[in-house]
Design a protein around this ligand. Structure first.
Ligand code: F0G
Length: 439
């Protein structure tokens, strides 16, 4: 099963595979995840054999596979699926008002089966990997990809190996990989070190199938996020805001919108805003300086561990997405991320992990810089659930009071009723500084 050996792999639709760097076209072999000639990123193109329409899709169950005419599905294969996608698009009320925006929606990807958007890609890529005869899958991860791969591999009966940064992987994510039965390699290094290790391992042993986002088959599943947004709103919004780490998701979402536009299913395209954390902002820093290449970061650091990435592998696709869409990259501080995480929770009741809150922090910044205007329709993608990172949740400032016995508890509760009723529930700058300096 070496790359190239699997010829004549049959798909439900016509599928093309092309290198975005050297332009060479290949047989659409799912074993091909990088260009064999130049090492560049590959791009998949699915050409549906039927005319597409929203009514064709709306008659089916919601979720990733509703859009199967635009997905690379192996002929006759049954999807390795557990109802991924179909996440709610929630309109913000109190938080939108607070930051001065009129129509903000959040796409709550934390409601996927393993709690992040990764499941959209995994259902497609693991289904293909299985159909192509893979036995073991491998990923480098800041945690969510690992959790998702572990779950989908378990469901498909494949072995999974995950490589994660030691001490920098949120507890919930690590726990998921362990529970789902992955072998876990904790590397004393960053995500970028983990990814280069995985790329080398894959070259050494062809039995290992890589599921990182340089794998273009996986990104095909992630583009369904765009389809769902457009289907819910009836067209594209003005802006889509996405936290950026390895830069696969923003590329996939943009691809999804472009396809809908090409098939005449939306009347316009959104502008894409990519948000990075200040200490891990190779694309946002390059964007500020008008450069064509990222300013790579060798020691990325941020409380948003999911996007603690200095060498994003999908940067060429992400840069194209932001350029083509007349969008922006922007960076936000850890304080701004914390504020957004707590504000989403306390003004809207929506719990996300820090990396996901970066999209709200980015929106707030872009509104204040007047890049986004208050009357524009904005969708912020909330990429992962708050339960992923219990330690981050526990850092949010609040009153935690010990009661020595039931009577004491009664008196403590009564003592709390009147305190600061109706007060602003979001943390002050001073509180945030305390949290971030103690992290
Ligand atoms: N938000 C969350 C919660 C993530 O887990 C990630 C990426 C991103 C945003 C950024 O997405 O990499 O496509 O730009 N997490 C990867 C992982 C790196 O290993 O779980 P991206």
């Amino acid at each position: 099963m070496e790359s190239g050996v699997l010829v004549g792999f049959e798909y439900e639709q016509e599928v093309k595979l092309r290198c975005i760097s050297c332009g060479l076209e290949y047989e659409p072999n799912p074993r091909l995840t990088r260009c064999p000639r130049c090492g560049g990123l590959l791009d998949v193109e699915v050409k549906p054999s039927t005319e597409l329409s929203w009514s064709l899709w709306s008659s089916r169950k919601p979720g990733v596979w509703r859009y199967r005419e635009l997905l690379p599905a192996a002929k006759g294969s049954t999807p390795v699926s557990m109802g991924e996608g179909a996440t709610p698009l929630v309109r913000l009320g109190r938080l939108a008002e607070r930051i001065g925006a009129e129509r903000v929606y959040v796409k709550h990807e934390g409601q996927n089966p393993t709690g992040s958007f990764k499941d959209r890609g995994m259902t497609v890529a693991v289904t293909l990997a299985k159909a192509a005869g893979a036995r073991a899958v491998v990923v480098a991860s800041t945690g969510n990809t690992a959790a998702s791969v572990s779950a989908y591999a378990a469901r498909a009966g494949l072995k999974s190996i995950v490589v994660v940064p030691q001490g920098k992987t949120a507890l919930g994510k690590l726990g998921q990989s362990i529970l789902y039965g992955a072998d876990v390699v904790e590397i004393q290094g960053s995500f970028d070190d983990a990814l280069s290790a995985v790329m080398k391992a894959v070259e050494e042993d062809y039995r290992l199938y890589p599921l990182n986002s340089f794998n273009p088959w996986r990104l095909e599943g992630q583009k369904t996020l765009a389809y769902e947004i457009a289907e819910s709103l009836g067209d594209a919004p003005d802006w889509v805001i996405v936290p950026v780490g390895n830069a696969g998701n923003i590329s996939a979402i943009w691809k999804g919108f472009r396809e809908l536009y090409q098939h005449g299913l939306i009347s316009r395209l959104p502008r894409m805003a990519g948000v990075q954390a200040e200490g891990a902002a190779p694309l946002a820093r390059a964007w500020e300086r008008g450069l064509n290449r990222p300013l790579f970061v060798d020691r990325p650091e941020t409380i948003a561990t999911a996007i603690r990435i200095g060498h994003p592998v999908n940067w060429p696709k992400a840069l194209t997405a932001v350029r083509e869409s007349r969008g922006v990259f922007v960076k936000v501080s850890d304080d701004e991320i914390m504020w957004a995480q707590i504000a989403l929770a306390r003004l809207e009741g929506i719990g996300v992990e820090p990396a996901s809150a970066a999209s709200i922090a980015g929106l707030r910044k872009l509104l204040s810089k007047e890049v986004i205007s208050p009357d524009e329709i904005v969708v912020a993608v909330l990429t992962g659930h708050s339960l992923k990172d219990p330690e981050a949740m526990l850092r949010a400032p609040t009153r935690r009071i010990l009661a020595r016995n039931p009577e004491d508890a009664v008196s403590k509760v009564l003592g709390l009723v009147e305190i600061e009723l109706g007060k602003d529930p979001t943390p002050s700058t001073r509180q945030l500084e305390e949290v971030c300096t103690n992290t």
